[in-house]
Ligand binder design. Structure first.
Ligand SMILES: Nc1ncnc2c1ncn2[C@@H]1O[C@H](COP(=O)(O)OP(=O)(O)OP(=O)(O)O)[C@@H](O)[C@H]1O
Length: 613
């Protein structure tokens, strides 16, 4: 369209008399000099290789997001960039596209093979995701660019042979990258671009040794990009290692309330009430659609899954013990709409706490005792994969709600967890359980240490969210209506014994190892058979099965509607902002799934219909 107008203009210009021609030429020059407002820039106008512009169009990216408009031109000019932008705002494309574009440009004059770009991420799940994103972005130039990911479950020999082809871009966790450099499989001697995604985490405790080693292996002056939704003061000192004179982009500040499509709630309740409310939420479908539930540790994830199974609520599990292939498959299948509930253990938050956020809050440094405690915990996790993590960076698609069954131990973990919903301009809900100090430890069977300081953490979270123009509102459940369900909850909890949890954990691990290794090839050839191996299947008979719990008898349901369960003083419905009505009507549809939250389709309002069945 633009081109058509320009051509028409040229034709008119040729036919015009001399003085008019001069005037029009001047006007045209002025027009050419006029800059397109930054907010209206298209991908083509950012200066990217046309093949990349073609690829993003194929992916359905209509226009660049704020972080892409700001960061891509700077990176293409060769500047170091340190960028803080909200979760789900499109940071991956913002750092990946300029690296690919620059490599493509260089290769037109210098085809010598060398590794020009290294992208470091904190987890293997994220490495897989970034690798797949690069594959999509290079769909129209795949033969001109080679990529390698160093986090696959392959032997050193296979990895070495992959690296022998000298990939242009390598995606890795810091430890795998250093391992490859140390064993001379990977050379960074000519590296031109270094990217640190989730930079605050990559530069924090647990990764520091590998990062220092890598810093010594990359050439001085390598162009560096650091990205995260939560960059802390700590980075000021650490950026000295890699960055020359970085341009700081703090885009969280440019993000207004009117853009917000995330609604945040918290529920203050006792430790056993968490189980009761969760049972009600999922059995009565008070939240509809794909949902992520975060718990503090692995045992807790199995306990909640077995508890849900007592009521026939299906869910699947993500934790650091499961093989990487299984973890990636669970995420893929969730994104394809096969599962609705994932219970993820956020062990990193539990073990490491949040030093970055504590610093932001001006808290004192951890004392030696606690640090060595963390060291011990870190070493103890023998079978666990320390490069596991799903609260950071993973692009779960169309998540309707994130539930913090156990509150994280820090404000920045909270930001990343809730950032798994309301991504790419969509709407979502975050619901967090908070155990008040006076109720902590009152229900021994469900008590967990990490909840001891919930109220303090909540206060920190609220201050931190307020800085981002966001707020959390209380969500009240009607105590009297809930009570009717308590004996069922207790029955279910009693059936989920420690032995049952241990059995379920061992069984699932054994099953997943088998699936992951032995059956991998078979299912690649026979994908239809996969349906027999759903990851949200029941964990057998690990826990005593109680048929009467599978259904909710009519007499237990509130007389009027489900709304009564939550209608008390200060009732806040699960809702989205008015301007999002369009989505509310039809729900989101992508990758074979749709969901609805709030509004006319609010499940709270359709309860009566269900009762009559
Ligand atoms: N310009 C765009 N137009 C439409 N969708 C986009 C655009 N850029 C990115 N997306 C989509 O937005 C989603 C979130 O992107 P991405 O994972 O890069 O976010 P992020 O900022 O890295 O989030 P996090 O902080 O959680 O890591 C992805 O599904 C991606 O495909």
């Amino acid at each position: 369209m633009k081109r058509k107008l320009a051509q028409d203009g040229d034709e008119q210009l040729a036919a015009a008399p001399e003085p008019e021609k001069k005037k029009k030429t001047e006007k045209k020059e002025q027009d050419n000099n006029k800059k397109v407002p930054e907010a209206e820039l298209s991908f083509a106008e950012l200066g990217l290789d046309p093949r990349l512009v073609q690829a993003v169009a194929k992916l359905g990216f209509e226009k660049p997001t704020l972080v892409q408009r700001k960061a891509i031109p700077l990176a293409l000019q060769g500047q170091d960039v340190l960028c803080k932008a909200k979760t789900g705002s499109g940071k991956t494309a913002a750092y990946v596209l300029p690296v690919i574009s620059s490599v493509l440009r260089r290769k037109t004059t210098d085809p010598t093979p060398f590794t020009a770009g290294l992208i470091l991420v904190p987890t293997r799940e994220l490495a897989d995701q970034v690798y797949k994103a690069i594959e999509q972005f290079t769909a129209f130039c795949a033969k001109d660019i080679t990529i390698a990911r160093l986090t696959e479950n392959v032997s050193d020999a296979v990895q070495r042979s992959l690296l022998a082809n000298v990939p242009d871009i390598v995606v890795s966790t810091p430890s795998r990258a250093w391992h490859s450099v140390e064993s001379s499989a990977l050379s960074l001697s000519k590296l031109q671009f270094l990217v640190l995604d989730e930079a605050d985490l990559v530069l924090s405790y647990g990764y520091d040794e590998d990062m220092e080693n890598l810093a010594r292996s990359v050439p001085k002056g390598v162009q560096t990009t650091m990205m995260s939704a939560t960059l802390s003061a700590e980075l000021d000192t650490l950026k000295g290692i890699f960055c020359r004179n970085p341009t700081l982009l703090d885009l969280n500040e440019e993000f207004g309330v009117e853009d917000e499509k995330l609604t945040q709630f918290y529920v203050k309740c006792g430790e056993d009430d968490k189980w009761l409310i969760s049972y009600l939420i999922f059995k009565l479908q008070l939240i509809k659609g794909p949902c992520l539930i975060f718990v503090a540790d692995i045992d807790r994830s199995y306990r909640l899954k077995l508890f849900f199974e007592q009521f026939s609520i299906r869910s699947c599990i993500l934790n650091s013990e499961l093989p990487i292939n299984t973890r990636i498959k669970v995420i893929e299948e969730f994104n394809r709409g096969i599962y609705d509930i994932i219970i993820a253990s956020d062990e990193r938050s539990e073990v490491f706490g949040d030093e970055a956020a504590d610093k932001e809050e001006g808290a004192k440094k951890e004392d030696g005792e606690e640090s060595s405690e963390k060291q011990k915990k870190k070493k103890k996790g023998g079978k666990k994969d320390e490069e596991y993590g799903v609260s950071r960076g993973i692009d779960f698609k169309n998540v309707a709600a994130v539930v913090n069954f156990d509150l994280p131990t820090s404000a920045s973990s909270y930001t990343h967890r809730i950032g798994r919903t309301a991504r790419a301009g969509r709407a979502g809900i975050a619901l967090s359980f908070v155990v008040p100090k006076d109720l902590y430890g009152k229900h021994k069977p469900t008590s967990i240490k990490s909840c001891e300081k919930d109220e303090k953490v909540l206060a920190k979270i609220m201050r931190n969210q307020a800085k981002q123009n966001r707020k959390l509102e209380p969500y009240n459940f009607s105590k009297s209506q809930m009570e009717a369900f308590r004996y069922r909850m207790n029955d279910a909890l009693r059936a989920v014994t420690r032995v049952a949890i241990r059995e379920a954990r061992t069984k699932e691990l054994r099953q997943e190892l088998l699936r992951s290794e032995t059956l991998k090839r078979y299912f690649e050839e026979n994908p239809a058979e996969l349906s027999h191996l759903r990851h949200d299947g029941e964990l057998g008979r690990a826990a005593r099965q109680q048929a009467h719990l599978k259904h909710v008898p009519e007499y237990l349901l509130p007389k009027e509607s489900k709304k009564e369960l939550t209608a008390n003083v200060g009732f806040v419905p699960f809702k989205k902002l008015d301007k999002d009505k369009k989505h509310r009507k039809g729900g989101h549809k992508k990758g074979g799934r749709s969901f609805k939250v709030g509004g006319k389709k609010d499940p709270l309002k359709t309860f009566k219909v269900r009762r009559k069945k």
